[in-house]
Each structure stands twice: as C-alpha cells, then as structure tokens.
Design a protein around this ligand. Structure first.
Ligand SMILES: O=P(O)(O)OC[C@H](O)CO
Length: 412
C-alpha cells in the first residue's frame, strides 16, 4: 500500500467532509491510502507548506488558497503541474470538463492547469429574509439599490450590511464583477516582470468613499478583519445582509439559524457597468508537491481522479456550498433536484457563469498574500478613521508594487 498525505485548511464542518472524502477514497481501493492533516488557516497552511518544502518534508498534496496560488505557481520546482501528473499516470484530463470560472485561475500563461481546483467558491450576498420583509424591501441587485434600502433596514433595527473579507470581496472581486483590470500585464498573466497593481483607481476611490459614508451613517458594520468577525453579526440576527463565501452555505445550514435566509449575487455599481460580470473563483486548489516517488505520484493522481468524479464533487458541493468544479457535477446536482430544495446553493455556480470579460478569468500576482495583509491593514485603518481612503489606496499601491517587484526578481 502506498501512503500519501494531504495538508489542508478546512476546519469544522468542512474538515469533517474532507475526512469523509479521504475515507471514501481509501475504502474504494486497496493500493493507496491518503491521510488528510488539518494545518490551520489558509495562511498557516501555506506557511507550513513552504517551510516543509525547504526542509524536504513537504506533503504530497497541499491546499493553497487563491491569494497564494501565484506565489506557489511561480516557485520553480516546488510542484508538479497537475495536468502533467495526471497524463503521466494515465488519468484522463480535459480542461473543458471544468466550469469556465475555474479553468484558468490555477493555470499557467499557456493554459496548462497547475493546481487542481478543489474547494472553489465565490463571494455572494446572504440575506435574512425575515429582516427584509420586516423592512418592506427586496434584496438589492446593485449597490445603488442597496443605498436606497439601507435606511429602511436601519429603521427596522438592523445593521444593513456587513462583509467577511474586504480584500477578497471588495477589492479582488470588485474588479471581476465590473470587468476592471486589477493589474497591468493582462492582470499579471503575461509575466511578473513589470506587473503593477491597479488599486488606486477612480472606481476603487468611489467605492471606498461610499463604504466609509455607509459606515458613518450606520448602513454598514465593520467588526474586524478576521473571516468570522462580521459573519457572527448576521448569525446573531443583528445584520440583515452579509457578503461571504458560497462555501459558508454548509456551515449556515448546520447552524439552523432562527430566521429564514437566502442568497443572491454580489452587488455591483450600475454607474460602472449596466450588468455585472462573473466573479473570480475563490477558495483553494490542491497542488501536487514535487520531490515524491513515482508510486506516490501515481497515488496522488488516482486520488485526483476520485476527487473530481461527478459523485464526489456533488457530495462536497452539497455538504459545503463550494461550487462543483466540473460541468458534470453541476448537472448532477441539478438533475438530483438540489437547487429546487436549496435555491441558495446555486447562487455561487450561477454567478461564476455570468457574462465573462477580459478581466474576469483571474489575476496573477506573486506575494499577493502579503499584499492582502497591506490591504487589510490600510482599509481597516480607513474604516476606523485613522487614515483617509486616498492615502490608504496610495499606500497599498506603493507597498503592493514593491512586493510585486520583489517577486519578479525571484522569477529570473
Ligand atoms: O472562504 P473561502 O474558502 O471561500 O475562500 C475565500 C477566499 O477566496 C480565500 O482567499
């Protein structure tokens, strides 16, 4: 029996479902055994993985979140491109089997898939249907509509809106939702050399000016930069709506909240685009780490074959709310009536299939995890009144570009 290990960042319900997948694979055959290991948050998992690689103790499979993928894809010799791993081990692979939104986020500039999409998500807007009814309003499609209903939600006793991650939901996906370039060099896909972040734009300035105004008016709540700091306000029934991951679906369902809730697409500004575009794929993918024996690589390839089967994908989607990464799994979910029973479960997949534009397939910025830290630091300083948004955006641009230039140097 060949044994392989899988480091991941899925805690709670998500971790239990990961274990279920591993047990399913182990029970499905007798040649290979996979052991999943929970390594903490996305950031912690990436840090441990990089340290382990340097020490020659890397796992076979490492889960890397969207923000870290450019760094890992750019780390020469650290991973085996998943497309090569599969074809060398006789596992059929066709990039066209994957839904459009996930196809290129983890691919190199030639379109070769490097990371295996796994828990793919999109930021959507959840709403407390009882709260909206009490205020006599409908869930907003655009931020303009949000501005129109926010006073009514406030009068009804709610914080109208919170969100769970400013960089992911209001910076990165702000760009895809409006089809705006997020970095030069074709959003970074044409090479690290000279790539600069385009965060200091008129649209970002407008958006964060509004967010600050909403905060001052009591239309927006901000309780910290941790993933769950703000979601807790929704779960407690204090916030009427929250922008969060489609992957929150399973956790919310399990909590059996004492109010009706549903979800809709991430809002966009009609003043920027008449119709919103599809969002970037979020969540994480699985990388096969280099430096492993042929037998272990074969085991990893067989595990990926199992993981991407329509049945396993559907099970994962159903339990968690992460989107099915293949068309076959999405069709299976539809045919099984999953979306008739849980309409909110289809918001993520559908949002990833909205109109595409030049700037919706992804962004590729090395050291983006560190850039996110700068974004979180500066944007929360704006919201706490310590600095002005114009200064914050300029600081993010300056520090972000310095990090991008440092990454470009590592690419030789
Ligand atoms: O909460 P998740 O797993 O959907 O991930 C959201 C972001 O894409 C992580 O960077």
């Amino acid at each position: 029996e060949t044994e392989i290990t899988w480091w991941h960042a899925m805690g709670g319900n998500l971790g239990e479902t990961v274990n279920q997948i591993a047990e399913g694979f182990n029970a499905s055959q007798a040649e290979y055994k996979i052991t999943p290991v929970f390594k903490g948050s996305y950031e912690e998992t990436l840090t441990s993985g990089i340290a382990a690689f340097r020490a020659g103790e890397q796992p076979n499979i490492m889960q890397v979140f969207d923000a870290g993928s450019a760094t890992v894809i750019g780390a020469k010799g650290a991973t085996v491109p998943v497309q090569d791993l599969l074809s060398e081990n006789g596992v059929d692979f066709d990039i066209e089997d994957y839904i459009a939104g996930v196809r290129y986020f983890y691919a190199d500039s030639d379109g070769k898939m490097i990371g295996m999409p796994f828990n793919s998500s999109s930021p959507v807007m959840y709403y407390n249907a009882d709260a909206l009814e009490k205020a006599g309003v409908e869930a907003p499609r655009t931020y303009e509509e949000f501005e129109a209903i926010a006073p009514k939600l406030k009068d009804a006793g709610y914080i109208p809106l919170v969100q769970t991650h400013l960089p992911w939901e209001m910076v990165e996906n702000f760009h895809s939702r409006h089809n705006l370039p997020f970095a030069t060099n074709n959003n970074g896909y044409d090479g690290a050399e000279g790539t600069e972040i385009l965060i200091n734009s008129d649209e970002m300035k407008m958006h964060f000016t509004k967010v600050k105004e909403w905060l001052d008016e009591g239309y927006f709540g901000f309780f910290g930069t941790g993933w769950s700091d703000n979601q807790a306000q929704f779960e407690a029934g204090n916030a009427a709506m929250y922008i969060g991951s489609s992957g929150d679906f399973g956790g919310l369902t399990a909590k059996d909240l004492p109010f009706e809730w549903a979800s809709t697409y991430l809002p966009y500004w009609e003043s920027i685009t008449p119709e919103g575009y599809q969002t970037f794929i979020g969540g994480a993918s699985l990388f096969a780490m280099a430096g492993k024996s042929a037998e272990e690589n074969k085991a990893t390839a067989e595990f990926f074959r199992y993981l991407t089967s329509a049945e396993v994908q559907y099970m994962w989607h159903k339990e968690t709310g992460y989107v099915p990464v293949t068309t076959a799994a999405y069709e299976l979910a539809k045919a099984d009536g999953h979306y008739d029973r849980f309409p909110a479960a289809e918001t993520g997949p559908k949002q990833l299939m909205l109109q595409a534009g030049d700037n919706t397939k992804g962004y590729r910025m090395g050291f983006y995890v560190q850039i996110r830290d700068v974004e979180n630091r500066e944007l929360s300083r704006v919201l706490s009144g310590e600095t002005f948004f114009l200064d914050a955006l300029a600081t993010i641009e300056k520090e972000g570009n310095a990090l991008l230039a440092r990454f470009a140097k590592t690419q030789g």
